[in-house]
Write a protein that binds this ligand. Structure first.
Ligand SMILES: [Zn+2]
Length: 379
């Protein structure tokens, strides 16, 4: 294992921030997997999961079992780690810019289409190698174009540079109150069905574009666009599987979960040829894929406090009462429900709600009318 510390652009006098990167296996010897946790800095289940995964990888390394390259960024957001206000961590948005830490990653699709023009051939593997070489070059050029002034810009670029040529990009997040679920490109499905089953996902949400360039799409989308541009003339594989895994809720930081989750990720790496050894039988899937456009976001029609009647992870029916919002000044008590049957896979973690504020999400099997463009919760 090799450890590296990457200093980010210094944000202010007397202040510095850095990323820790741990690498297992050898670059180029096999497939590459990239893992990061806590891009939303207060989402810690991924951090404890990677802690346990690293222990498994160290053992495998000692036995000479690592047959690919595995890059781990155990915590991906040192900026957000320091945003602790009023006894609460604020890890989703950068306080200076108001920007979501998991949006606005570079989209290299158009530059990549130009870069490979006239260079592709009939050998699919040779095309993958060529495309990855170009992606590595393009992300370096992108850094020159952006010339990052702020630690946030540098953070985004540095993470993208580490992941740009990976076969597997695993961005470990969590929700507020939730069962295990994941987000992935519909072009990675059903290829990723084994990952979904292995980790016990209860809701696997697929979309090609979910809006505002979240981290995972920076690595899947270029392949989608390239296949669209040249796929009728040349064999171009969907060579990168990039996903956002939501490791339940933000308070689900337990060894019991994390040890099992790390073991499942390890088995996935075995199944995909990055680690020697038998992963055993694939567990039965707990869900099929659902379209992200089929998610009903349930919002509060007025302020007050929310009282839920249904647990996160429950299967619910359209129109079923999921809880109510109570305004104790006016006495207004408003039940809420979903427009669709499906899995209630996310609940807000606080109980004081504002008018128009988020309450919960239900994933149905079919796209809902009006659900297009910005499919994720907030910018
Ligand atoms: Zn997150």
């Amino acid at each position: 294992m090799q450890e590296e510390r990457i200093e980010l652009v210094r944000p202010q006098m007397g202040t510095s921030r850095a990323l820790t990167v741990r690498r297992f296996g050898k670059p180029g010897q096999g497939p590459k997997a990239y893992f990061q946790a806590a891009l939303h800095a207060d989402e810690l289940p991924g951090v404890i999961t990677l802690h346990h995964l690293e222990a498994l990888l160290k053992d495998a390394d000692a036995k000479g079992d690592i047959t690919g390259e595995i890059v781990i960024v155990p915590f991906a957001n040192p900026i957000g780690f320091t945003q602790y206000v009023d006894m609460k961590p604020l890890g989703r948005f950068e306080m200076r810019s108001g920007q979501n830490f998991n949006r606005h990653y570079p989209d290299l699709s158009a530059a990549l289409i130009d870069a490979v023009d006239g260079k592709l051939g009939q050998d699919a593997e040779a095309n993958v190698a060529l495309i990855r070489t170009e992606l590595r070059r393009l992300i370096k050029e992108h850094r020159k174009d952006v010339s990052p002034l702020t630690d946030l810009q540098d953070l985004r670029l540095t993470l993208a540079e580490l992941a740009i040529d990976a076969d597997y990009v695993m961005d470990l997040h969590c929700d507020w109150e939730a069962p295990m679920h994941l987000y992935i490109s519909d072009h990675n499905w059903p290829d990723a069905a084994d990952l979904s089953a292995q980790i016990g996902s209860e809701c696997s949400l697929i979309a090609e574009i979910s809006g505002d360039n979240p981290f995972d799409e920076a690595f899947s989308r270029p392949w989608v666009e390239l296949r669209r541009a040249y796929g009728d003339k040349f064999p171009i594989l969907m060579a990168t599987l990039a996903t956002t895994i939501e490791l339940r809720g933000d308070r689900d930081v337990y060894d019991d979960y994390a040890i099992a989750d790390a073991a499942n990720l390890f088995k996935f790496l075995q199944r995909r040829g990055l680690i020697a050894g038998d992963p055993g039988a694939l567990p039965d899937a707990k869900c099929d894929a659902s379209p992200l456009a089929g998610v009903d976001r349930v919002m509060a029609s007025h302020g007050g406090m929310v009282v839920f009647a249904v647990e996160a992870g429950a299967k619910v029916k359209a129109g079923q009462q999921l809880g109510y919002v109570l305004d104790c000044e006016t006495g207004e008590k408003t039940p809420f429900s979903s427009r669709t049957d499906g899995v209630l896979y996310s609940r807000i973690g606080i109980r004081l709600v504002v008018p128009g504020g988020y309450l919960c999400s239900v994933a149905g099997e079919k796209p809902l009318e009006g659900r297009e463009g910005q499919l994720l919760l907030s910018k």
